[in-house]
Design a binder for this molecule. Structure first.
Ligand SMILES: C[S@@+](CC[C@H](N)C(=O)[O-])C[C@H]1O[C@@H](n2cnc3c(N)ncnc32)[C@H](O)[C@@H]1O
Length: 211
């Protein structure tokens, strides 16, 4: 049983978010199951470029039976970080929402290594060099048997992210198009959590080490 208690103290800011988040929770669970990934024990999670971190509740649920004991979200946008801090509380998990630069994670010497690093709607295409730095730091912060998961809004940005990951010392575990994702009416070709990718540091022949 997942004993992580994540309490949502504020409703979501916009109509439609709750539905998107529900779908994200489902695709996360399905993807972990499809990849044979099962998290156990007490784990730590880093949500990179988290914005408002609306997905905090479903992300933690998707990691059951593991108990998330340390959860950190980081983003440059102070307003979004403050909103996330007001929305999410826990009695069982240490939560930190930090306004900061994820490309500087390595300078935060007191951070634990992470079992899961999540990047929802990564933004690689927008500033590739910045995101190269973010990915360097994220992969360094990942435990040797941890997983990095991203979602993307559109095909090209996902391809760019995947190409960058291919150049790194990580292995692609799963790459799926989310056919339930909600199309964005004002942006052709974009949809919410359109793609989901999972990578790990360990050799694929060794998978699943956590099961
Ligand atoms: C497309 S938004 C996604 C936000 C959120 N994850 C979501 O799904 O709603 C990309 C986010 O990356 C953040 N970002 C860009 N560069 C960053 C950096 N160097 N460090 C931390 N966050 C960064 C932006 O502030 C923005 O919130």
């Amino acid at each position: 049983m997942n004993e992580t208690t994540m309490i949502q103290q504020l409703p979501f800011s916009y109509e439609g978010i709750a539905g998107d988040i529900r779908k994200l929770g489902l695709i996360l669970k399905d993807s972990f199951a499809a990849a044979g990934i099962c998290f156990h024990g007490k784990i730590s999670v880093l949500n990179v470029a988290c914005g408002r971190a609306d997905e905090t509740g479903v992300l933690v649920q998707a990691l059951a039976p593991a108990e998330v004991r340390f959860y950190m979200g980081i983003d440059l946008m102070g307003d979004a970080i403050q909103e996330a801090s007001r929305r999410w509380k826990s009695t069982t998990c240490e939560i930190h929402f930090m306004e900061g630069n994820a490309a500087m994670l390595g300078r935060m010497k007191t951070l634990p290594e992470f079992d899961l690093i999540f990047l929802r709607h990564q933004n690689y295409w927008h500033e590739p060099m910045v995101w190269e730095g973010i990915l360097d730091e994220a992969i360094t912060a990942l435990k040797p048997d941890g997983y990095l998961v991203c979602t993307s809004y559109f095909d090209l940005e996902h391809d760019l992210f995947v190409a960058s990951m291919r150049e790194r010392d990580v292995n692609s575990v799963l790459n799926v198009r989310n056919h339930q994702s909600r199309a964005l009416p004002d942006a052709e070709g974009k949809s919410v959590d359109r793609w989901l990718g999972i990578w790990c540091k360990q050799k694929l022949g060794g998978l699943p080490r956590r099961a």
